[in-house]
Design a protein around this ligand. Structure first.
Ligand SMILES: [Zn+2]
Length: 224
């Protein structure tokens, strides 16, 4: 146990300076079990279809940039890929370059790795895979947050009278507007009536749309 930890430390120190020795292109029996289980889990989600969703692509792009998105797409396509092989396939020369992009995705939970020790040396080989389930829950959370925000911002059961200044966009409730003689207290312009019903309608429509998106995301997860 102690020995193992020692190796671990050594490896992570080396990580920054020196790429891991790559000898993983040949078969490795010991990786078969865990990678198989990853693959099994992947089958539960229709990941390729998920990435056809603009918002999904945008989320990955924002997390890992253009390279991150490329990596993520490739991992979705191939399931589990050894690190240096991933770099080669994507035309990245330095392993540290691809590792930087992988860590961006990793910090958002979008990818994970399985680490395998090779031979007697302290080298580890990294096998990366995409976490579509994390992407789905992150998007669902975004939609859910927006729904909560809308609900908090407007009382959907109540239609109130509002007025706005067409020049500085300040909003006044009906009483204040009346007190100000329907003039903006900031710039003196005549206030205009806001069609609150229409605003509410738009908000309700947006909520419905977001709820649909959540249901749609759920449809990517296959029932066991
Ligand atoms: Zn004004």
């Amino acid at each position: 146990m102690a020995k193992k930890q020692k190796i671990k430390k050594k490896t992570s120190k080396k990580q920054a300076k020196k790429p891991f020795k790559n000898n993983a292109t040949k078969g490795n029996k010991s990786r078969a079990i865990s990678i198989a289980s990853v693959n099994q889990n992947k089958k539960m989600i229709n990941s390729k279809k998920l990435l056809s969703l603009k918002e999904a692509e945008k989320y990955v792009y924002e997390a890992g940039g253009e390279n991150g998105l490329k990596i993520f797409k490739y991992l979705i396509e191939k399931d589990v890929v050894e690190e240096s092989q991933l770099a080669r396939k994507l035309g990245v020369e330095k392993i540290n370059t691809i590792r930087k992009d992988l860590y961006k995705l990793f910090s958002k939970g979008l990818v994970s790795y399985i680490r395998k020790k090779r031979g007697k040396k302290a080298w580890y080989t990294y096998y990366w895979f995409a976490n579509s389930d994390i992407l789905i829950s992150a998007l669902k959370q975004e939609y859910q947050d927006e729904i909560e925000q809308i609900k908090k911002a407007v009382d959907l059961n109540k239609v109130e009278e509002y007025y706005t200044c067409p020049v500085c966009n300040r909003v006044y409730d009906a009483r204040t507007a009346l007190e100000n003689d329907f003039k903006c207290s900031n710039c003196g312009n005549i206030l205009t009536h806001i069609d609150t019903e229409k605003v509410l309608e738009t908000k309700l429509e947006r909520i419905k749309e977001l709820e649909k998106k959540i249901t749609f995301l759920d449809s990517f997860v296959r029932k066991a």
